[in-house]
Structures are given as structure tokens and as C-alpha cells.
Design a protein around this ligand. Sequence first.
Ligand code: FDA
Length: 305
Amino acid sequence: MEALSRNFFLYLSKNKSLNKMAKRYGLKFGASKVVGGIDFDCAVPVIKKLNEKGLCTTVDHLGEFVKSMDETRERTLQEIHTIQTIAREKLDSQVSVKLTSLGLDIDYNLVFENMRTILNEAQEHGIFVTIDMEDESRCQATLDIFKGLKAEFSNVGTVIQSYLYRSLDDINDLKELSPNLRLVKGAYKESTEVAYQEKKDVDENLKKMIKNHLLNGNYTAIASHDDQMINFTKQFAKENNISRDLFEFQMLYGMRTQTQLDLVNQGYKMRVYVPYGNDWYGYFMRRLAERPANVAFVLKGIFKS
Ligand code: FDA
């Protein structure tokens, strides 16, 4: 049943006409529970509410795989608008970006220049930018671009996924750059050639990565809704006298909201990933596919939104 539901929502997530329709009609079917707004200005009140509760955020403009140069420049300007709004509204927020929305699939120099423009603006306002990690075929290019940018900017980090066999090596390879890394399990469908398929292997590798990166003395964001990972990090930090200034937890907007608040009350830094934008439909369907329990709140949302 679970597999059926997962496949159904993944199928819906790729439906182009539904995606088009969703763009026209705004956030529907309870999507506002997991998406901040159809544009950044709409997301500002959501972020303010989270900040008031002691939760900091990172914001992600939905939409990837941009195919034209002009569109990537448009996306870059939109990121600049977001950064300026964060600064003007004094939001406690960072920014997350996907390189495919900035030209990764078009031209290496183009994506590099777009990122430089974004990082310059963010640096001026003291805002940190994380480069999200996409599918494995783009992993090496993403890391190469990250390394190049890290040589010029201190306000940039990236993501490492524990389902990839290569990830512990990547952490060791990046060590000398003292990078701020978000560690995740990984969200894409990858082959046995490159990725662990069993949850226990992915979990074990994530624990190893958390240990390594923290012991290297580098800032670590543990982005997981899994109590096992959260408890492991707390225990490991305690046993190794690792300061709470050296790590933070991250979760997606709308997921495990009580646990997010509990972590803040326990004195941990908790960052909420808030997606926004009119390309919300695919993101929303993927969240439903991930967790059938989410479908219940959507059904409620159908009658409210
Ligand atoms: P997982 O899905 O393995 O679930 C383990 C257990 O956690 C469940 O059995 C359940 O007990 C509990 N749980 C999970 N979700 C829950 C919920 N909603 N409510 C209650 N309990 C729940 N991926 C990627 O490839 N590139 C990226 O850049 C990012 N970036 C990113 C940022 C942030 C802030 C987050 C939180 C995640 C990402 N991801 C990502 C996604 C990540 O790789 C992964 O797919 C999801 O977080 C799901 O894995 P989890 O570790 O959360 O738990």
C-alpha cells in the first residue's frame, strides 16, 4: 500500500499539465502547510512567525532544471531580491540554492558567475548560502563549483548525501577547506552502482559522516527528521565535548513541528528549510510520496485552502 501511494504521488509530481495548472491557481490542497508562499514576499510572514518561536530558517526558491541563460539570470535577480528582503526585514534566515536553477546544465562559467553575484550580495548582508545537492550525476560538478567558490567566499556551504558510497571520501577531501556542510540521507533515486539502497546502510553512513565532520572541527548541519539521527548527534556531541555552537539541526517546513520546538527549548539551534515559489507542485507531491502520513493533513487542507 505504502509503495503504491509513493509511486502514485511520484507519478503525479511529474505530471506537466497538473504542474502548469498549479502555477496558475496558487497554493492549494494544503500545500501552504509545507510551502512558505507563492513568492518570497508571501513567505516573509511565515518566516517571521518561525523566527519569533526561536527557529531560524533557510529559504529555497522552488524550481530546478532551468534551460535558458536568460532564465538563470532572472533566477539570480530573484535570489538577490530574496537576500535584500531578508536583510531589510531583519529575518534570521539563510538561503539555499540549486545549481540547476542557475545554469549548471547549460554552462560552467554561467553558473559560476550567477553564484558569484548571489554570494557577493549575501556577503554584503552577512547571509550564508547553502548549495543544495542534486542527483548523483551532478555531484562532482557541484563539489567542484563549491570548492572554487569557497576559495573566494566564506559564506558558502554545500550538502553531502549519506546514500552515496563516495560521501565519506568527499568529507575527507573537503576537510582542509573547513566547510560548513549540511549532512542528509539523500532524496533522489540512485542506482546500486553509486548508492546504498538499504535504509540501515544509509543511516550507518550518515552517523559516520556526522562523527567525521564534527571531529574534524567543522560546522555541521544535521538535516533529518529521524529521531535516531538527532539522538545520535546529541549523545555523540555530549560524549566528545563538542560545543553546541558547532552544529545545528535542520528540518523541512511543516514536518515534525513539535520536535522542532522541543529542540529549541532544549537549547539546540534548529533551522527550518522553507521552500517558496509558484513551482510548488512537484515539491509538494514529493513530500506526499515520502510519507503517506502527510496525506492526512492534505485531505484536511483540501477543505480549507
Ligand atoms: P527518513 O525519511 O529516513 O525517515 C526516518 C524516520 O524519521 C521515519 O521512519 C520516521 O520515524 C521519522 N520521520 C521522517 N519524517 C517524518 C515526519 N515528517 N514526521 C514524523 N516523523 C518523521 N536531500 C538531498 O538530496 N539534497 C539536499 O540538498 C537536501 N536538503 C535537505 C535539507 C533539509 C533541511 C532536510 C530536512 C532534508 C534535505 N534533503 C536533501 C532530504 C533528505 O536527503 C531526505 O530525503 C529527507 O530528509 C528524508 O530523510 P530523513 O533523514 O528526514 O528521514
